[in-house]
Design a protein around this ligand. Structure first.
Ligand code: CO8
Length: 275
């Protein structure tokens, strides 16, 4: 995708903030796109438009070779307080069948490049489900995680029952989904929901540093590593090992593999091209 096409999807030529209504995107470092949910008055609640904008921004980023990794955040105060409850109120059992949001979630989970989430404050319901679409989760000490849908007479509807269970195990997931109880950042760390806990003012910086590291790696290897790790959640061991082996062998056909190995043997820094 050309810069001009990407601009039409929301990034200015200069890589500055975007005209989206509910999100902001900017190139925060070379190769690193930051996507910030920006509905502070509604605690970053994810209305359909918010999800659509996130999906559109990621779709454009997927096709932009300049983007190697995405940092997903809600800013310093709140990640996202869940689905927009006002919108949920307008649905009944028939209209929810034609809901546009599953399509947007599908686009988000199909994003092939790594996403690092920087989470401060409330990360609830659909917000926690969005965070779990990221590949690496970094939490500030103020982060609070929960799946409080049960309090509304519903259950998580964007993969929460599945991804949360994979992340924290059955008993911990049940505790959250059945009681609606929140957990703090340290508990989320202990349970394996997040990778690290930082001071809140450092959460984004830490996520950006990780994203920068990833952005400097050979993109094809990064993409296949993400795909292979996700397979561990999706298929049985035999199929997962087969997918890993296939990706491993494919990478032996890349220029980046030749460059990475040569650079190591020649004791120099590699120059990866993404081919
Ligand atoms: N939806 C819509 N508006 C919200 C939401 C929300 N999820 N959360 C907060 N707001 C709004 C409030 O209505 C309020 O608006 P106003 O100022 O106009 O009255 C404003 O944000 C500030 O909220 P509070 O005054 O309540 O702020 P507090 O700091 O006191 O409390 C909380 C923050 C704890 C986050 C509290 O607002 C709260 O409990 N929010 C609801 C949390 C929740 O139940 N989330 C789950 C929603 S259901 C869900 O996510 C289902 C997922 C289904 C699939 C995914 C689809 C995207």
């Amino acid at each position: 995708m050309t810069t001009a096409e990407f601009t039409r999807a929301g990034r200015s030529e200069a890589g500055a903030e975007t005209p989206f209504a509910d999100i902001r995107i900017d190139m925060v470092r070379p190769g690193v796109l930051r996507l910030t949910i920006d509905r502070p008055k509604a605690r970053n609640a994810l209305r359909t438009q918010t999800l659509r904008e996130i999906a559109e921004a990621l779709d454009a980023a997927a096709r932009d070779a300049d983007v190697r990794c995405v940092v997903l955040t809600g800013g310093p105060k709140v990640f996202a307080a869940g689905a927009d409850i006002g919108e949920l109120a307008a649905h009944d059992a028939t209209s929810i069948l034609d809901d546009a949001r599953p399509g947007h979630w599908k686009a988000i989970r199909s994003f092939p490049k790594p996403i690092v989430a920087a989470i401060n404050g409330y990360c609830l319901g659909g917000g926690n489900e969005l965070a779990m679409h990221a590949d690496i989760l970094i939490a500030g000490t103020t982060a609070v995680f929960g799946q409080p849908e049960v309090n509304l007479g519903i259950i998580p509807g964007a993969g929460g029952t599945q991804r949360l269970t994979h992340a924290v195990g059955k008993s911990n997931a049940m505790l959250m989904a059945l009681t609606g109880a929140f957990i703090d950042a340290q508990t989320a760390l202990a349970q394996g929901l997040v990778s690290e806990v930082t001071q809140p003012e450092l959460t984004e910086d830490r996520a950006i540093t990780i994203a920068e590291t990833i952005a400097a790696k050979p993109p094809l290897a990064v993409r296949m590593a993400k795909e292979a790790v996700l397979k561990a959640h999706e298929v049985g061991l035999e199929q997962g090992l087969h997918a890993e082996r296939r990706a491993f062998c494919q990478l032996f056909a890349t220029e980046d593999k030749r460059e990475g190995v040569s650079a190591f043997l020649e004791k120099r820094r590699p120059a990866f091209t993404g081919r």
